[in-house]
Design a protein around this ligand. Structure first.
Ligand SMILES: C[S@@+](CC[C@H](N)C(=O)[O-])C[C@H]1O[C@@H](n2cnc3c(N)ncnc32)[C@H](O)[C@@H]1O
Length: 316
């Protein structure tokens, strides 16, 4: 079983001392240079200083990636175009996806549109040979069709996950904690069980926690000793499912009118889409009940289920 290692160090200095081609996947969520207070560091330097930092950490992160490895990098709008250029031109990595993480809540603005998304790049070290486990990250189909493969659809590059709210049990005392489900999608898509993941700015330990639960090894590097301690405690806690869920994961397909098919699909759905989200299964079952109502089977095998609300709309 691969292990989780949390290191209290400055990321660039630590990475410089590591041998090349060690990691299948790097998930980097660095400070964006927007003045956040991370306790041990002030997230505010002049532009030239920040460009130097981008250059240094990307150089080391791409060196540490295996030849078929993948890098995900979060970035704020001020430096996103610079990061794109650095990764493509200076590091020679291959662009794969520009993911928009859409969250539904945040600070409101009065003059201008309220910010509701973060940008995440996915680059690979090889243009064609890289891991992408599509089946592990699919989202449920909108409609049931007997001819369809109901195993799901590609989630696309706009990902909706709400922030981890202060009232949630898993909320850590960290200003930019990411939802576990967001990181789960990256880890499941771009690494295999037993793989080796690096998070050079690990913060509250979200990537380590996800990797721990999906059987990947993970090394996290974090400069603030308080966050390192927080991560150690987080990794010791019993697992009760990842925080947050893509709302589509609870989606009940329309047109699922045959009770026998519905019953089989219900079990498949939970196994395919809600594997690490036990606490969301009840919500899915509730939605199934709301849409199709309870049903029992008569001796004749005919269902007594009420006609689903959408039956007239979608059956010929
Ligand atoms: C955006 S946060 C990461 C949040 C993390 N993804 C999570 O879910 O909790 C960036 C983290 O990088 C740490 N940090 C800043 N500069 C660093 C450096 N040079 N080396 C290592 N860690 C650094 C900060 O203390 C902060 O916790």
């Amino acid at each position: 079983m691969p292990g989780q290692v949390i290191i209290n160090a400055e990321a660039v200095s630590w990475m410089r001392k590591q041998p090349s081609s060690m990691y299948d996947l790097v998930i980097a969520d660095p400070p964006y240079n927007v003045g956040k207070n991370y306790g041990a560091t002030v997230d505010s330097v002049d532009n030239r200083g920040y460009m130097k930092f981008l250059d240094e950490w990307t150089l080391e992160a791409s060196r540490l990636l295996k030849p078929h490895g993948t890098l995900y990098a979060f970035m704020g709008f001020r430096f996103i175009s610079s990061l794109y250029d650095i990764l493509e031109k200076d590091r020679g990595l291959f662009f794969n996806s520009w993911i928009c993480w859409h969250y539904t809540q945040g600070q409101g603005r009065r003059r201008g549109f309220s910010t509701r998304h973060d940008d995440i790049f996915m680059f690979t070290k090889h243009p064609k040979k890289y891991t992408f486990n599509l089946d592990d990250v699919k989202v449920p189909q909108k409609y049931y069709r007997g001819v369809n493969n109901m195993r799901g659809a590609n989630p696309g590059d706009v990902w909706e996950f709400s922030h981890v709210h202060f009232c949630q049990k898993n909320r850590q005392a960290h200003p930019t904690q990411k939802p576990e489900s967001l990181i789960e999608r990256m880890v499941l898509a771009s690494s295999h069980e037993g793989g080796n993941v690096l998070d050079p700015f690990s913060g509250s330990g979200t990537t380590l926690r996800v990797c721990q639960q999906v059987s990947r090894g993970c090394t996290g590097v974090e400069i603030n000793p308080d966050y390192v301690k927080m991560t150690r405690e987080r990794l010791r806690r019993p697992f009760r499912g990842f925080d947050g869920v893509d709302p589509r994961m609870k989606r009940v397909p329309l047109d699922l009118n045959d009770p026998a098919v519905r019953s089989e699909y219900t079990e498949d759905h939970k196994r395919w889409f809600l594997k690490n989200h036990e606490s969301d299964m009840a919500g899915f079952e509730k939605e199934m009940l709301r849409q199709y109502g309870p049903f029992t089977r008569r001796k004749s095998g005919k269902s007594t289920a009420p006609k689903p609300r959408n039956a007239d709309l979608f059956t010929k």
